[in-house]
Ligand binder design. Structure first.
Ligand SMILES: *[C@@H]1O[C@H](CO)[C@@H](O)[C@H](O)[C@H]1NC(C)=O
Ligand SMILES: *[C@@H]1O[C@H](CO)[C@@H](O)[C@H](O)[C@H]1NC(C)=O
Ligand SMILES: *[C@@H]1O[C@H](CO)[C@@H](O)[C@H](O)[C@H]1NC(C)=O
Length: 417
């Protein structure tokens, strides 16, 4: 069982869906007639159940054939489908194909023992998965809703595999970004877009070769387009996650992001989107800014002139300052505090961002709110001091207090100058 098969399985399901979606009107009549040889399945054709199906990633062509008689009980990627329906239902691709596909994804032949252990801890077992699938009340027909659910599950399960370095590279080799990711991101179903964005993030995370591939295939522009135009808050949040995985520790992508107008898109969102999205974006910008500052200070980078010059070219601090980052953060802190003074997580993210760039921004920050927060966090830290249990937040509040104090100190120093 090679990794290629994993990707095939995924694509079989995708293809069924694409075929179904694009040709809703015609699909009643047009049924693929299988033989013992591989034959091309045309778009819009329905695939009878019990067939071998495969797709060529390079060409996007789907092929199907009857199973060889002697293969029935063999442990092939797509086993012969149990006949659990009669009559008309037999003509349609049965969801058992998908069940068997999932079974193979979970199969111990693919994963090494320690990986299986990890899988079992993190994910439903195959037995559980089977139960869950049955409880979905699957009909044997291809039904858009059912397929959507299954497809979402496949994406979720595949997401686990994508964290493994080799699987991610294989996905790239098989042209999966074009065939799966970018196609899915244009589908109208927002849940599929969400899951696809998560898969995008997992694939590129900590994997330089996949990052480069995503960059070369237009990943930045695609993510920015979604961020700019998508209406769903969940999709936007996932887009920020994918963007973060692509940009971090990859100055070339950061440069492309800046050149493609990434900051204007972000500033636009920061003016109007829900606080949840804003906080995520602010955190991403702060991570990138911190990375940029550290890379330029880090002495061990001194012989890596390429890397350093790339970070210099990005020059995120200058760009953010030009976009009135100081004023924006100051306003955000105020709004967060007014909206819910007990939303410490959001306030923390804002204060951390303000602290990172305080040497440039402190004079623009509002003193009153920082002083009142500083006092509040001192009180909260003291209140929690008595609680020696694991729920004590003393460290968290003390840290927030110290950050406010440092920002205020910088502000005083700068103001006196
Ligand atoms: C099944 O039979 C065909 C033809 O008889 C043969 O070519 C093929 O190798 C067999 N497959 C397996 C898995 O034994
Ligand atoms: C997705 O849609 C965009 C915008 O309409 C288009 O430019 C792009 O080519 C589409 N991508 C795919 C893979 O269909
Ligand atoms: C950079 O290169 C110089 C000269 O080759 C060498 O002496 C120095 O140790 C190097 N610095 C680092 C951090 O590798």
């Amino acid at each position: 069982m090679s990794q290629t098969n994993i990707i095939w399985v995924l694509l079989i399901i995708l293809t069924s869906q694409v075929i179904g979606n694009e040709n809703k009107d015609k699909e009643e009549e047009d049924i693929f007639i299988p033989t013992r040889e591989w034959q091309v399945v045309r778009k819009g054709q329905k695939i009878p159940k019990g067939l071998h199906v495969r797709i060529n990633f390079e060409t996007g062509i789907t092929e199907a054939k009857l199973l060889d008689e002697n293969e029935t009980n063999k442990n092939s990627a797509l086993q012969k489908i149990p006949q659990d329906g009669e009559g008309d239902d037999d003509k349609l691709l049965n969801t058992m194909v998908i069940k068997e596909a999932l079974k193979k994804i979970k199969n111990d032949e693919i994963l090494k023992p320690d990986e299986i252990k990890k899988t079992n801890e993190k994910f439903r077992s195959y037995e559980q998965l089977k139960k869950d699938m049955n409880s979905l009340n699957l009909t044997p027909k291809i039904d858009a809703e059912v397929l959507k659910d299954l497809f979402k599950q496949i994406l979720e399960d595949f997401d686990f595999l994508a964290h493994q370095f080799d699987n991610a590279l294989e996905f790239v080799n098989q042209n999966g970004f074009k065939q799966v990711i970018y196609k899915n991101l244009n589908l109208s179903d927002s849940q599929i877009r969400q899951e696809t964005l998560r898969l995008f993030g997992s694939l590129v995370q900590n994997n330089a070769r996949v990052q480069i591939h995503a960059l070369e295939t237009g990943g930045i522009g695609t993510l920015l387009r979604i961020l700019n135009l998508d209406q769903s808050v969940q999709v936007k949040s996932r887009t920020i996650y994918a963007l973060s995985c692509l940009l971090r520790r990859f100055p070339l992508a950061q440069l492309k992001f800046v050149e493609n107008g990434g900051l204007s898109v972000i500033l636009k969102i920061l003016q109007k989107d829900p606080a949840k999205v804003q906080i995520k974006l602010v955190t991403l910008m702060n991570d990138l800014l911190t990375e940029n500052i550290q890379a330029l200070q880090d002495k061990s980078n001194e012989n890596q002139s390429m890397l350093v010059s790339q970070y210099k070219l990005v020059n995120l601090e200058k760009l953010l300052l030009e976009q009135d980052w100081c004023g924006y953060l100051n306003k955000l802190l105020y709004l967060l505090y007014i909206a819910d003074p007990d939303d410490h997580d959001s306030i923390e993210k804002c204060i951390l961002s303000m602290h990172t760039i305080a040497s440039k921004c402190a004079v623009h920050y509002n003193t009153d709110i920082l002083i009142s927060l500083q006092e509040r966090y001192k009180t909260l830290a003291l209140n929690d001091l008595d609680r020696s249990d694991e729920f004590s937040n003393t460290d968290f509040f003390t840290n927030l207090h110290d950050l406010c104090e440092e920002i205020l100190h910088l502000k005083n120093v700068k103001t006196e100058l």
